[in-house]
Ligand binder design. Structure first.
Ligand code: ATP
Length: 235
């Protein structure tokens, strides 16, 4: 289980996270929803030690991660696919996938995993030697997720996977996320698209200006008056 306990994160004078606690159980998909600037990305960065917390802890199966380097955290089975994809545009699809495995030494395992992720993302298989910068937005998002999978994460964190994508591609990506989960990876997903995220997830948390204000099963959140009014456009 991944356990985030009361983390506080500051950017200079800005208190971005005011004591956030949440959990992702093994096998779950958990959605983190909230308005722009509420602190969603900061939660993911704090877990991955991309930003240092001022207090609070993160545990993976009761092992303390807080204080470890990001590389160490990745090698322990956590991986963040950041917002905006950040793929290496001048490298080929294949080279990008290899970069996702940069902390691994098992050549044979890496080759096997490339085959596996290409089965999940057939569009990438057709474009393996193409420069990543020539892919469409949706394909670049797929590559970012596929590259993340190359570190063999137990817990995968996706920051706004549907951002800027046409609805048909959003559906395709969400379907693949479900498959990734069914193959044994637990997921924490940050999304503006709250309805879609909650429909995919088992549970969810709402974050408002650095605090978790509501948590529950996806069904509870989808039916909550407050969540519906604030995040689901009244649907
Ligand atoms: P968005 O969906 O817009 O990315 P978010 O919910 O992910 O929003 P964060 O990016 O976590 O929110 O930002 C939380 C708060 O921290 C915001 O007020 C933001 O302006 C501030 N913030 C984020 N990154 C930095 C930074 N590097 N330096 C200073 N302030 C920051």
């Amino acid at each position: 289980m991944l356990k985030v306990n009361n983390i506080v994160l500051r950017y200079g004078g800005i208190l971005a996270l005011k004591g956030v606690s949440l959990e992702v159980n093994k096998g779950e998909i958990v959605a983190l929803i909230g308005a722009n600037g509420a602190g969603k990305t900061s939660v993911l960065k704090a877990i991955m030690a991309v930003e240092r917390v001022s207090s609070g802890e993160v545990y993976l199966d009761n092992v303390l991660l807080t204080g470890l380097s990001t590389d160490r955290i990745v090698s322990m089975g956590l991986c963040l696919v950041p917002e905006g994809r950040r793929i290496f545009t001048r490298m080929s699809v294949h080279e990008n996938l290899l970069m996702g495995a940069f902390l691994r030494k098992d050549k044979k395992g890496i080759q096997d995993d490339i085959e596996k992720v290409l089965t999940l993302f057939p569009r990438l298989k057709e474009r393996l030697n193409q420069k990543a910068g020539t892919l469409s937005g949706g394909e670049q998002q797929m590559l970012a997720i596929a590259r993340g999978m190359m570190s063999r994460p137990k817990y995968l964190f996706l920051d706004e996977p549907s951002l800027g994508l046409a609805p048909v591609l959003v559906d395709e990506i969400f379907k693949i996320i479900k498959e990734i989960n069914e193959s044994g990876t637990s997921l924490l997903i940050v999304e503006q698209n709250a309805v879609k995220a909650l429909k995919l997830a088992d549970r969810g948390y709402v974050i408002e200006t650095g605090n978790i204000t509501i948590s529950g099963t996806s069904e509870e959140l989808l039916n909550s008056e407050h969540v519906r009014a604030a995040y689901l456009g009244g649907h």
